[in-house]
Design a protein around this ligand. Sequence first.
Ligand code: NAG
Ligand code: NAG
Ligand code: NAG
Ligand code: NAG
Ligand code: NAG
Ligand code: NAG
Ligand code: NAG
Ligand code: NAG
Length: 580
Amino acid sequence: MIPLHSYGVLACASFFFTPSSAQGQGKQPWVMRWSNTFYGPDGPWQAVSVGIGSPPQQIALYPAGVFQSHILTTDVCKDITQSPICYANNAGTYLPSNSSTSLTKIIQLPASTDTTGGGLDVGGSLGARALDRVDIAGEIVPNVSLALHSSIWATNPDGSKYAIEVGTLALGGQGSVNQTFTGVNPPINSSLIPGWLSSPSAPSNHQTPSNSFGLHIGSVSPRLPGSLYFGGYDQNRICGNISRQLGDLVTIDLLDVAITVVDGASPWNTSSGFEGLLKSGNASIGSSLPVGINPGAPYLNLPQSSCDAIAAKLPVTYQPSLGLYTWNVQSPQYKTIVSSASALSFIFRENQNNVQNFTIHVPFLLLNLTLTAPLVSTPTPYFPCNAQSRGQYQLGRAFLQAAFLGSNWNANHGGGVWWLAQAPGPNVVTQPSIIAIQDQDTDIKASENSWLLSWKDVWTPLAPNPASTSALPTSTPLESPLADSSHSPGPSTGAIAGIAVGSVAGFAVLLLALILFRQHRRRQRRRRTTYPELPTTEPIPSKHLGSEMQSPQLLSSDYSFNGVNGLAEVSGTSRAQELG
Ligand SMILES: *[C@@H]1O[C@H](CO)[C@@H](O)[C@H](O)[C@H]1NC(C)=O
Ligand SMILES: *[C@@H]1O[C@H](CO)[C@@H](O)[C@H](O)[C@H]1NC(C)=O
Ligand SMILES: *[C@@H]1O[C@H](CO)[C@@H](O)[C@H](O)[C@H]1NC(C)=O
Ligand SMILES: *[C@@H]1O[C@H](CO)[C@@H](O)[C@H](O)[C@H]1NC(C)=O
Ligand SMILES: *[C@@H]1O[C@H](CO)[C@@H](O)[C@H](O)[C@H]1NC(C)=O
Ligand SMILES: *[C@@H]1O[C@H](CO)[C@@H](O)[C@H](O)[C@H]1NC(C)=O
Ligand SMILES: *[C@@H]1O[C@H](CO)[C@@H](O)[C@H](O)[C@H]1NC(C)=O
Ligand SMILES: *[C@@H]1O[C@H](CO)[C@@H](O)[C@H](O)[C@H]1NC(C)=O
């Protein structure tokens, strides 16, 4: 992609990159290119575009997950039992035999089937590990760790199945420049893109300052292009304070979900919004609900009780066959709510402590998503709360349209650090303010942009209803409630009806968290057998895994690779260990 130094707009870069950093370490973040098309059937979503193999096969992938990238092969189209149309062709599929640099047989350890981290109920065959080069437009990363999928689908609550359409581009791995497979001699190294870019393997003029990423997936409607940097981030994609979490990507505690009227009159009869929706009607949810943050998954995966409580305030209809809610487009409230200056607000624990919280607002404009074929026969506006999330509580792309997520994998002496923060709306400064993340940085900085202004003229604050004006607080438009967390206006202040618009900040990611958490549990459950990666929805039958593991390669000695998500501990014959 475009090396930053050749980016014309970097008038601001000279401001942010001090001359001293240009000397000895002229290292700059690497910007990834996004595809021009959008993907469904639960979006529309944006994706990054890469070329896999030699010659490069152009493929769009969701930036998500750790260690291996999950790639759909041309074989997924052979599975016409689900549909005569190969939806995966929209983003592109990969044919390893057409690539002179593909290595498909050298790693026998299977990868999980699920590319969504449990966000969907994914079925199909296990992924096959492979290496190939990946052209990130301007640089070619050799031997990238891949998991190839030739049969993969998702199952709806009613049992119907539909094809998975888009794979994932991994965002790195905790403390890992490479993913190393031992047990063969010599051990096989596969590249992780942000690690490779930050290592001496990368040409010096393209090296990045750290093994890290900064991501805001943006939105299609209203349009805000995606932003993904390795070794840095676009500061303009962060409004307000940033919640930092040391450690690997783990779950973050969700404290509440609220509906907030940010500006103008309330589209609801109440003068304010609503709080307490997370725990509403469900005494079994304790003080918090740990949730993953996962750009590989589409929905807001919450308990059914929470989805129902939110849905009760909206003109939507539950569709049990999908576990989702469709907007009642005929209801006058639909247009009013969806275009109003109101948001679904997620309140999290901030900085891993129990005294602070922060809020990320997802305007309803972003929650007017569209189901398309093969999920439905005609495009249908839907509200993305997933009431059939099978305990896989996590916030996917629907949430991440409004949130910045980043991680520095090497910081904390390889223990990692990750961040979550409010991202702006469509009125962003279009010149990126690219900031480098240094190797041991545990903090990044927000822009001084106003979140409120980033939505100005995009949403339509409702004019005060004369009948209810008296009930409304005096309308003092808040100057960016999110931009300054130290004075986060409490619910008592001003025009923000509803919950405290706290500071935003947050942590990030959790894709992994979830992974770690589940693996941990699994490891506890079965001391000796851990399966590759977490998110396989159905446990991999051990006999299957066992037979896969009978290869002499695997039995020859310890077979392991570094990575949280891929340990293979197999029936006592090979022992897994996590390397560095
Ligand atoms: C594989 O290569 C052949 C010959 O160049 C080409 O015709 C075919 O379209 C390629 N297939 C894919 C899926 O790229
Ligand atoms: C593999 O990568 C690791 C870093 O992750 C490095 O220490 C090791 O030397 C590499 N091995 C080979 C054979 O390149
Ligand atoms: C890719 O990996 C293979 C197998 O480990 C190795 O033989 C080859 O040299 C590597 N290629 C590059 C460009 O690092
Ligand atoms: C990581 O693996 C890649 C691919 O085999 C290799 O080119 C690179 O040298 C390795 N990195 C390190 C630090 O050894
Ligand atoms: C507002 O209150 C009126 C009268 O009670 C009711 O008919 C209407 O459905 C309510 N609207 C909303 C959005 O709750
Ligand atoms: C209540 O919350 C728990 C999680 O704490 C969940 O397992 C259960 O399904 C929820 N009940 C309903 C009706 O959603
Ligand atoms: C909601 O989404 C639909 C389908 O994309 C679109 O036609 C409609 O204009 C959107 N509504 C609002 C209020 O933005
Ligand atoms: C968030 O923090 C504020 C200020 O300390 C507090 O009033 C509010 O109750 C907290 N919200 C939640 C959901 O814990």
